[in-house]
Design a protein around this ligand. Structure first.
Ligand code: NAP
Length: 277
């Protein structure tokens, strides 16, 4: 194990979730890795590297004091006001300690722009409550010394266990309609690619804003249909076309200025192939 890997203590907030848990599994054999969960579950209760934490009730400082992380990965969901306060406390901790934060943000920080895909240095602009909330936390963390923050903007994250793929399986089982958005042009990724990319950001001590989406774009309706075709050979799948605007709308975070090495980049076709494994 490399010296740089041995020295880190990593805390993943939201380590029981889809992405947080994938990150935990990727990192736990290389670093002293801790995680939080909210809903009690035997596997987490029995793991003394997991702590129960509810952002609406508990003080994040107690979790920080108990785990003394040198890297905090924020993969939380929960009430936006409570999360904002928690991230204020996290920012104070990061400033006062030898510590860095990796914040999982979203393509939604650009959801008020529709005519172009977005790059790392574009000004954020959102029309949604979720996008506004992510921008607020991003701006708070970007005020920290540059080396102490990595903002990781994600598009739709897919994987065998992702909520979206589970939802598609359920629709197919129930023979209910699958919503598709023909006007949305987006990029995608997988949980396994995101975890490798985060591992690299940690190992190379990278900071700044990262756009971790596929390097190409897809139409939402066509891509979902491609996924469904891989999942079932049956005809008669029901789709519900949802038109939010008359024109095409981009919801895509493309890498340009802060690119990762080639082997860590991903295409929408590779995402599709991985879902088929
Ligand atoms: N999935 C995507 O496609 C996507 C795309 C862009 C950005 N993101 C961002 O990535 C992060 C992780 O997303 P995800 O899809 O992995 O979410 P998820 O599967 O819903 O996991 C959320 C995590 O937060 C915990 N949590 C929920 N409510 C909480 C509360 N009140 N107090 C403390 N912890 C709470 C959950 O604990 P329990 O499991 O115990 O409830 C779980 O560990 C989020 O910040 C999200 O905005 C995700």
């Amino acid at each position: 194990m490399k010296e740089s890997e041995r020295k880190h203590r990593i805390l993943i907030l939201g380590a029981s979730g889809f992405i947080g848990n994938a990150i935990y599994k990727e990192l736990c054999s290389y670093f002293k890795t801790f995680g939080t969960y909210r809903v009690p579950h035997k596997i987490f209760k029995n793991n003394n590297h997991f702590l129960q934490y509810n952002v609406e009730q508990d003080d994040v400082y107690e979790v920080l004091e108990a785990t003394k992380p040198s890297i905090i990965i924020s993969a939380l969901r929960g009430d936006f006001n409570a999360q904002t306060i928690a991230h204020q406390h996290i920012a104070e901790y990061v400033l006062e300690h030898d510590c860095k934060i990796i914040f999982l943000s979203s393509a939604n920080v650009f959801d008020a722009y529709s005519k172009y895909p977005s790059y790392e240095l574009d000004k954020t602009f959102s029309g949604s409550i979720y996008g506004h909330f992510k921008i607020k936390i991003e701006n708070m963390l970007l005020r920290l010394p540059k080396k102490k923050t990595a903002i990781v903007r994600l598009p739709m994250v897919l994987g065998a266990q992702s909520p979206r793929i589970k939802e598609l399986r359920q629709h197919l089982a129930d023979k209910t309609a699958i919503e598709i958005f023909p006007n949305i042009i987006m990029n995608v990724t997988t949980d396994s690619k995101v975890t490798q990319q985060i591992h690299y950001i940690i190992n190379r001590n990278k900071s700044g804003v990262f756009h971790l989406g596929s390097i190409d774009l897809v139409h939402h309706d066509e891509y979902i249909k491609d996924i469904v075709t891989q999942m079932t050979s049956k005809n008669g799948v029901v789709y519900k076309h949802v038109y939010t605007t008359n024109e095409d709308r981009y919801l895509a975070v493309l890498p340009k200025f802060n690119k990762l090495p080639k082997h860590l980049q991903v295409t929408s076709q590779e995402v599709l192939l991985e879902l088929n494994k």
